[in-house]
Design a protein around this ligand. Structure first.
Ligand SMILES: Nc1nc2c(ncn2[C@@H]2O[C@H](COP(=O)(O)OP(=O)(O)OP(=O)(O)O)[C@@H](O)[C@H]2O)c(=O)[nH]1
Length: 330
């Protein structure tokens, strides 16, 4: 980025990064923060690992304030897109008062820091802090996800750990999660998940910028190669029983599934599917999602464990069955 880009001499716009593992609660936290900052002029960059933009639909802001970076990870394969989107945001007048970046669940936060530590970018958009959202219930249950090296990397590369899913634990459980994370995070502050508390505690304290800039020269490795995803879009509503059977078959190797769903029982009602670990919910889809009548789902898992082609075949077979049934009952 250069001065010729017409970005002017204004003070750097603060950048806040929200990271954390697949399904940890990043979008939910971001929405709480955004609600608490309703009157501020913000730009929100949302990175979805898959090609279908689900998070962009879920962020509660005007469409023009939410910019989606899809089909890869902004910490590696989409770094060029990240820069060009930031450049576009920074050329807007009036300038946004702050930029929030929601990473994909497979983003390495250290790579994000390196990417944003570009000394020229820093003059216009300076990193204020990196939050890592961690599912407290997973910590207490010592869920499989807590053994993932990326889960730990994200915690250790953050400035602040924010606990989600505390409502599923009693007070003792929350304390247990906090204690464990203080140890894992080697002293990084741990906060419960609460919009008002976050604002109160001065969440976005400026970092030591000298330290941050010194990261700039390091090389990053690609994380995209560790994970695979399936994006599945169909124009017909699904049979819930058949869909549930397919999901149950693949659930043990799925890290995350989400998307907009139409069921045969109510083909005009857009539903939001959320699956993290063993938790699956189907609820009302946000208003923004309803203009597109297609079912559109994203599934993510680790390479070598999750087989996207097998899942696709099973999902497609549902359609075949539906067609055959339709043929039998004209
Ligand atoms: N009970 C409970 N559910 C939560 C909490 N935070 C998030 N969820 C649910 O967990 C699911 C995933 O939440 P998201 O905010 O979409 O997670 P994410 O980290 O943005 O997901 P990815 O972007 O796909 O990695 C959704 O069904 C949320 O409603 C929480 O604190 N308590």
């Amino acid at each position: 980025m250069s001065r010729e880009a017409g970005l002017g001499e204004a003070a750097a716009v603060p950048v806040h990064v929200v990271g954390g593992f697949l399904g940890a609660g990043k979008t939910t936290l971001l929405n709480r923060l955004l609600r608490a900052q309703q009157h501020r002029r913000l730009a929100i960059l949302v990175n979805d690992f898959g090609a279908i933009d689900i998070d962009g639909l879920l962020v509660e802001r005007r469409d023009e304030d939410v910019l989606a970076l899809r089909n890869g990870c902004i910490c590696c394969s989409l770094q060029a897109d990240l820069f060009s989107t930031l450049r576009m945001v920074l050329s807007r007048r009036p300038l946004p008062e702050a930029i929030f970046i929601e990473c994909s669940g497979v983003s390495k936060l250290q790579e994000m820091r390196r990417a944003l530590a570009d000394p020229i970018l820093w003059q216009y958009a300076a990193l204020e802090g990196v939050i890592c959202v961690v599912n407290a219930a997973d910590v207490v249950a010592q869920a499989r996800v807590t053994e993932d090296p990326l889960w730990k990397e994200q915690i250790l590369s953050s400035d602040m750990i924010v606990l989600s899913h505390t409502d599923e634990l009693g007070k003792a459980g929350v304390r247990d999660a906090e204690d464990q994370l203080r140890e894992i995070g080697r002293g990084i502050p741990v906060l419960p998940f609460s919009g008002s508390l976050l604002m109160h505690e001065g969440l976005f304290r400026p970092l030591d910028r000298k330290t941050e800039k010194s990261l700039f020269r390091s090389e990053g490795e690609s994380i995209d190669d560790d994970f695979v995803s399936l994006e599945w879009r169909r124009e017909f509503p699904l049979d819930l029983t058949g869909f549930r059977a397919v999901i149950e078959r693949h659930a043990p190797v799925l890290l995350r599934a989400k998307g907009i769903l139409y069921l045969a029982t109510a083909p005009k009602r857009a539903l939001l599917l959320q699956m993290t670990g063993s938790r699956i919910t189907i609820g009302r889809a946000p208003e923004k999602a309803r203009s597109d009548p297609d079912t559109r789902l994203v599934f993510i898992g680790r390479k070598g464990m999750f087989d996207p082609q097998a899942l696709k075949d099973d999902l497609d077979a549902m359609r075949e069955r539906a067609s055959r049934n339709a043929g039998l009952n004209p």
